[in-house]
Ligand binder design. Sequence first.
Ligand code: CDT
Length: 332
Amino acid sequence: MTRNLTVGAAQLGPVARTDTRVEVVARLLALLEEAAAAGVELVVYPELALTTFFPRWYLEDPDEIRSYYETEMPGPATRPLFSRARELGIGFCLGYAELASDVDGTVHQYNSQILVERDGRHVATFRKIHIPGHDRNEDWRPFQHLERRYFEPGPDGFGVWRAFGGLMGMMICNDRRWPETYRVMGLQGVEMILCGYNTPLHYAPDPSQDRLQGFHNHLVMQAGAYQNGTWVVGVAKGGVEEGVDSLCESAVIAPSGEIVARAATTGDELVVATCDLDWCDNYKGTLFDFDYYRMPQYYGRITAQKGAVLPLAADPVESGETGGELEEVSPT
Ligand code: CDT
């Protein structure tokens, strides 16, 4: 018996700064209804789906900053989505900014995704690990990318959960660019990774990458899918949002690395694909049989160091290098 799961990548077009949660949730509900009509069992919404992508601004008013975060999930505005999904028997994955409080009252700001089963059960909340951009206002940029001001890395790493008849994982936007993300989940047998993203087309530190945004987006997700024998569902919030053009090109990627369905527009759009979870075994049981072929004894650097450590120069005396500890090369 094959394990087929029909997913809907619910791409969103722009969300304006003035749009209310209620207005956005109405759009999420419209996509949910479309998904129900198409026989979808799991709808995947983008990163920070409920608001505009606020890290593009250096905000100083604490009340305004707080207004972009959810303190409960569901809250008053999102409850209709949870109720309707449960009525329809559809699960979903939703990205949002989360304010979480520890028992001692410490407040944390996370970039999060919740996964809800078809019966309304809370499967898991994943908090983004790789936080891109910068933490101070940088005037030279046409717009900011201040995720490092507004979010801290999630404390729980990359989990994998039994849900939807398979093994489900999550990652958020920049996480998808790092091979370790997929491998940590691959080592837990993941069969489908759900990923929301907001990716501005303009990358101010190196604009030569602008024309490659779409290529890099698919490149990393296709490679991660293939090398770990897993489905990947990548879902954008894109289009021109508050003057910033962002990538769309939502896609469903098979364990073969092939794109089996992709968005054709830059607005709200549901991309549907029926995913055979058993297809993962073709890769997990052959070329990427981890247990048989992996060589972890040679992978120590992956967790032992953060930045690159270069080999010694060919002539250490001439180059002034005397050996020993080398400087780490820090990312810019
Ligand atoms: N949201 C997010 O993580 N976006 C980043 C933008 C590039 S870093 C400024 C991404 O990796 O797509």
